[in-house]
Design a protein around this ligand. Structure first.
Ligand code: ATP
Length: 253
């Protein structure tokens, strides 16, 4: 049965990379229609988890169900948009040429493709740059073209791997506002970041460390439960709590 309240359900996920487990027994739920932040330090397994969700990660065991289907199923191809860390648009083509290409890949016919391209350009505020070659865009504009390329197929779930990396605070804020608008339209966004202050912009947070889930919470619950003044210190507090010896262990010393 499809549970419309859940966009992604991960059960007992284990992934090996380079001959060692980088995710070991992970259970995660991503509720539909929300902006869910996947946060954790570099190397904690964020990209690996996102790759498992879009179905491109090898050596995966466990269950990953996306929009009611197994991750990577052919039926999900147009329902899931994935933006990788490295921009995957063509720098020698203009914005619109890129988006037409991605509309073709999404199987959209002529008139439908043109309408989808226009909608995607509007959704990411790239009006006026349609005929600009992607290689000449600024970093923030380039991020938005990648996002637009993922949007042309009108996906229900957007999986974004560190979309704000390398952007200044104003551009980061603008991009997060855009994510909020996309969620308000009914989409689910799973967004990874290692910048902890971005946590406050999410509806829910998944905090990852060394391939395990440290917390599945909301920004306000995170601050309340740790008593920390900001997300970064809350994350450190959670790690310290996890690593602190229990009372019984102390008693045996
Ligand atoms: N192709 C690979 N071969 C071997 N090990 C890998 C490979 N790719 C990733 N790893 C290892 O898997 C672990 C998780 O990597 P992953 O890229 O998922 O982390 P991340 O949290 O996304 O990091 P970052 O924020 O730096 O992108 C790391 O220890 C990394 O070294």
């Amino acid at each position: 049965m499809v549970n419309n309240d859940v966009a992604v359900r991960v059960r007992g996920l284990r992934v090996e990379r380079g001959g060692r487990p980088v995710i070991d027994g992970l259970d995660v739920v991503v509720p539909a229609g929300q902006v869910v932040g996947l946060l954790g330090p570099s190397g904690s397994g964020k990209t690996t988890l996102l790759r498992a969700v879009v179905g491109v990660q090898a050596a995966v065991t466990g269950d990953v169900t996306v929009l009611g289907e197994p991750a990577g199923a052919a039926g999900l191809r147009h329902r899931v948009g994935y933006v990788t860390q490295a921009a995957s648009v063509y720098t020698d083509l203009t914005v619109v040429q890129n988006l037409r290409y991605f509309a073709r890949l999404a199987g959209l016919p002529g008139a439908g493709a043109e309408a989808a391209v226009r909608r995607a350009v509007e959704a990411v505020d790239l009006g006026g740059h349609e005929k600009q070659r992607v290689g000449t865009l600024s970093g923030g504009e380039l991020s938005r073209v990648s996002l637009a390329a993922a949007l042309v197929g009108d996906p229900e779930l957007l999986v974004l791997d560190e979309p704000t990396v390398g952007l200044d605070p104003v551009l980061r804020r603008d991009l997060w506002n855009m994510f909020r608008r996309l969620a308000a339209d009914g989409r689910t966004l799973l967004v990874s970041s290692h910048v902890m202050d971005e946590a406050t912009r999410c509806d829910r947070l998944l905090l990852l460390r060394e391939g395990t889930l440290l917390a599945d919470t909301t920004p306000s619950e995170l601050l309340e439960s740790t008593g920390a003044p900001d997300a970064e210190r809350a994350f450190l507090t959670l790690i310290e709590q996890r690593e602190a010896p229990t009372t019984s262990e102390e008693g045996t010393r």
